[in-house]
Design a protein around this ligand. Structure first.
Ligand code: KG4
Ligand code: ZN
Length: 375
């Protein structure tokens, strides 16, 4: 049995979690910094790293307490050390190193994007029967079945604020990049369109909520599929189309340039319909790319067993619904993370770390923080 403490501080969530055997989440504590960044309309890196320093210790204490475990119960310490905001990453990384060194336990460095792709493997630890200690794996308790894990080879899709990428996976640790966004990530497009529509921060979830009340066919928006066989994504055209629909074409040049109108000139119904039409276009592109990827992998002789989705936008209600319907039609199984594991969290870090530990992928105390992605 492995009990791993995971830490995640790559952006604006300070998170700690304990995961058993890579699947069962014993605790998943997330201190969000939304309130600190809301007035700036986006994450301010300096504020984020300072808040991580203040919050990381209480968040870890809470994670251990909720799991019902002490330091000595832990088998390893995992940390998301790449990619992310460098000042933020360093807080989690230094903390993880200090704990691993003090306890004499293995340190495991985890890639944040890969961890998003692993989040669909996680399941919350069901309540224990009275008198059963946390040391008894829930799968060994007769009444609790282990949820299905995705079968491999799989097609992986990461949709977040920083990434929109497709991968061929033959194992959680072996991912081959098939395509990625050439401009904005889909979460970034959601956030920017939310600003255009004057929705409150954080934009993505608020836009999702508004879109549910509108007509997705009201506006015909561009869907950039790029060249015929491309598995890359592009969201800047869709975002610009939304900007012009809401604010009109820019008038004047240089410093004199301004827009004809703003979102305050829209009726409530127009705002809902614009949100719904944007959401429909954004999600439809994703499903078309999944289709293409499966066809291309099949042509290369690789039959995809599952489609695994991860990242903040996997919390999107329309994407969740449409991807399940699409998967049923295509005859594959779609695995999306539980809602608690879509956005940045440390359970996905501790979960994937278990797989890395089994593969002998243990870090030394000179493990670096890396801002950019290698995937
Ligand atoms: O994975 P994540 O927490 O952070 C990154 O690694 O980027 O993803 C955050 C992104 C943000 O762009 C946020 O607006 C988007 O996920 N997001 C959503 C929803 N919930 C979060 N986008 C659309 N619909 C949602 N329900
Ligand atoms: Zn993320």
């Amino acid at each position: 049995m492995s009990l791993i403490l995971g830490l995640e501080t790559s952006c604006d969530e300070t998170a700690a979690a304990v995961v058993r055997d890579g699947r069962w989440v014993l605790s998943n504590v997330i201190a969000t910094q939304n309130d600190l960044h809301a007035r700036y309309g986006g994450v301010v890196p300096e504020i984020a790293s300072r808040a991580h320093i203040e919050r990381i210790s209480p968040v870890i204490d809470e994670a251990l307490q909720q799991a019902g475990l002490g330091w000595q119960d832990l088998g390893a310490i995992a940390v998301g050390n790449r990619p992310g905001l460098i000042g933020s990453l360093l807080v989690g990384l230094s903390t993880a190193k200090a704990i691993a060194w003090a306890l004499g336990k293995p340190l495991i460095g985890v890639d944040h994007v890969r961890a998003h792709l692993y989040a669909a493997h996680l399941a919350p630890q069901p309540p224990r029967a009275p008198g059963v200690s946390p040391a008894v794996p829930p799968a060994d308790q007769p009444s609790i079945p282990l949820p299905d894990a995705p079968a491999y080879p799989a097609l992986g899709l990461v949709v977040s604020g920083g990434h929109t990428s497709l991968y061929a996976l033959d194992h959680p640790l072996h991912a081959r990049l098939l395509g990625k966004t050439i401009d904005d990530a889909v979460g970034e497009a959601y956030d920017k369109v939310a600003v255009i529509l004057q929705l409150p921060y954080p934009g993505g979830p608020n836009l999702d909520k508004l879109a549910r009340t509108g007509n997705p066919k009201a506006y015909d928006l561009p869907r950039s599929l790029l060249s015929e066989d491309s598995l890359d994504f592009s969201y800047s055209g869709l975002k610009t189309a939304m900007l012009y629909l809401v604010r009109g074409k820019p008038v004047g040049r240089g410093k004199e340039a301004h827009f004809e109108r703003s979102a305050s000139d829209l009726t409530d119904q127009q705002r809902r319909d614009l949100a719904a039409s944007f959401q429909a276009a954004a999600v439809r592109t994703i499903l078309q790319k999944l289709d293409r990827a499966i066809d291309q992998l099949a042509a290369q002789g690789q039959r995809v067993q599952s489609v695994i989705v991860g990242g903040g936008v996997s919390a999107n209600s329309h994407l969740r619904e449409m991807s399940q319907a699409w998967a049923q039609k295509r005859g594959v199984r779609a695995f999306l993370p539980g809602m608690a594991y879509c956005m940045d969290n440390a359970a996905m870090i501790a979960g994937l770390a278990h797989v890395q530990l089994q593969a002998g992928d243990i870090a030394t105390l000179d493990l670096p923080a890396i801002a950019t992605t290698a995937m």
